[in-house]
Design a protein around this ligand. Structure first.
Ligand code: UDX
Ligand code: UDX
Length: 458
């Protein structure tokens, strides 16, 4: 099948490449011609593990090409996916400008009977609005519009595409339903559940799924806070609840507040849709506020708990909103670092992949290309992204470079005992802070966990 992807960003590029590797003929279009020139040289504008090799394979066998010319990109296509960004609007809803402008651009060039498939995350009713818009532009209702939301996590998008839990196919007519089914026929044959439904339901499914997943994270973050105060251990608590199949053990990892291009934006849009339709989503409204507060609370905790005076050096390791991506959209680092700067700290930062993107958002920080060098003479170190290379750091070596001794681990990368063994004071999430008063004083470790802070201490 001839497929065109409008928007060669995180979602469009990954989806286009995977569809090409399934045997479809795919053209990835982007309005940004420099992006297309780079893609033709396999100079990827985003970091996504496995994507480059998959792209090379698909291009070599002639199933994938790139273009910034709209007419030739779409004129022969049976299906045109729209995968442009849908950023937050000031009201909390989403800004559909890119989706509508993409629809307008493609409208005059589509062949009769082509189907537009909306991949971008859009509020309920958008597919129908796009259908009407296209009909106005063409003077005929000869183009169908379907909805096929994505559930790809950055960092594991290739695997998520290949091993989906389900595929949601939203169509309001038989032709689009048939077309969607044939695009994903290979998956249906191997028994992947297909949720075939209306476009409105597909749009609602995407938001409800992301809101629910975000709620799991928000919930476990609150439980982690309670564990800290009550002297509990979040790892045991999550294992204890996650083994209940009704709950499940995924998305229960406490962190510095969820970020990324989806959860913050999608929860806001879901809440705004609820308000618009008179069906308030109070749980989600609270979740949004709690998640924002969490980032500030964890920033304040660094200054307070390590008793940092203005002018102290703090090193932040990890700028990406999670590991294995270079994306910093709504990353905790972008809230926590400005707070530290305002509190008068000198901040040095490091990230293995996201430093380039973070430069557009962070000023007045020192950039480092090595975590050990970044930590030199720091009063405190803060981990915000769960990169494997941070987990593998030699804490003994790190401890020797510091001027202070406080390690804030907002991703629970280390075992408290291991950190304490290096004479570092350690604050992680959902586990009580360990105070080792003197460096290299490991004798008292045998008595841990009695040594943990008493309730109310933190
Ligand atoms: C996607 C989704 O589509 C969004 O709705 C979802 O919530 C998050 O994931 P993403 O792939 O992250 O967005 O967007 P981005 O990486 O910003 O890429 C969008 C691309 O579309 C850009 O390369 C941009 O140049 C291109 N674009 C934008 C067009 O080709 N045409 C336009 O009219 C607008
Ligand atoms: C999300 C959805 O998971 C995916 O289905 C798609 O709709 C796009 O949006 P993505 O934003 O790439 O994917 O990453 P995800 O792995 O969902 O993480 C989002 C945020 O939640 C990150 O900041 C991450 O660190 C945080 N998170 C995730 C936690 O804090 N704990 C967890 O257990 C899982």
């Amino acid at each position: 099948m001839q497929i065109t992807m409008i928007g060669a960003g995180y979602v469009g590029l990954t989806t286009g490449t995977c569809l090409a590797n399934m045997g479809h003929d795919v053209c990835c279009y982007d309005i940004d011609s420099r992006r297309i020139t780079r893609l033709e040289r396999f100079d990827l504008p985003i970091y996504e593990p496995g994507l480059e090799n998959a792209m090379r394979r698909a291009v070599e066998v002639g199933h994938l090409r790139f273009s910034s010319k709209i007419r030739t990109s779409v004129s022969e296509a049976d299906a045109v996916f729209i995968a442009v960004g849908t950023p937050s609007a000031p009201t909390g809803g989403i800004d559909l400008t890119h989706v509508f402008s993409a629809a307008r651009q493609i409208a005059p060039h589509l062949k009769r009977g082509a189907v537009i498939v909306i991949k971008s995350t859009v509020v309920v009713g958008t597919a129908q609005r796009v259908r009407e818009m296209i009909a106005r532009e063409r003077g005929a209702f000869d183009i169908r519009v379907a909805s096929n939301p994505e559930f790809l996590r950055e960092g594991s998008a290739m695997r998520d595409f290949a091993e989906p839990d389900r595929i949601v196919l939203g169509a309001d007519d038989a032709r689009s339903r048939r077309l969607l089914r044939s695009i994903y026929g290979t998956f249906e044959k191997i028994g992947i559940p297909m949720v075939v439904t209306s476009t409105g339901n597909a749009e609602l499914i995407k938001y409800a799924a992301n809101a629910f997943l975000a709620m799991k994270i928000g919930f476990i973050n609150d439980v982690a806070d309670l564990c800290e105060k009550a002297g509990g251990d979040i790892a045991d608590v999550t294992r204890g609840i996650g083994l209940d199949h009704r709950i499940g053990d995924s998305f229960l990892q406490p962190g510095p507040g969820f970020g990324g291009s989806c959860f913050p934006k999608d929860t806001r849009a879901f809440a705004a849709t609820g308000r618009q339709y008179g069906a308030p989503q109070k749980l989600i409204e609270t979740l949004i506020a709690r998640n924002d507060q969490r980032k500030t609370a964890l920033a304040r905790r660094i200054v307070k708990e390590a008793r940092l005076a203005p002018g102290s050096k703090v090193t932040v390791l990890g700028l990406a909103f999670k590991a294995n991506t270079d994306d910093v959209r709504e990353a905790a680092a972008l809230s926590i670092i400005p707070f530290l700067r305002e509190a008068g700290m000198h901040v040095t930062v490091h990230d293995p992949k996201a430093a380039f993107n973070a430069r557009a958002h962070l000023s007045d920080v020192t950039w480092s290309d090595c975590p050990y060098k970044a930590c030199k003479d720091a009063a405190a170190v803060v981990f915000l992204t769960e990169w494997e290379e941070y987990r593998a750091l030699d804490l003994g070596r790190l401890a020797k470079t510091l001027s202070g001794d406080f390690l804030f681990d907002y991703r629970n990368l280390f075992e408290p005992r291991t950190v304490a063994r290096h004479g570092l004071r350690y604050a992680s999430l959902g586990r009580s802070t360990i105070f080792t008063r003197q460096r290299a004083d490991v004798s008292s470790l045998e008595t841990w966990p009695r040594q943990i802070a008493a309730p109310g201490h933190i």
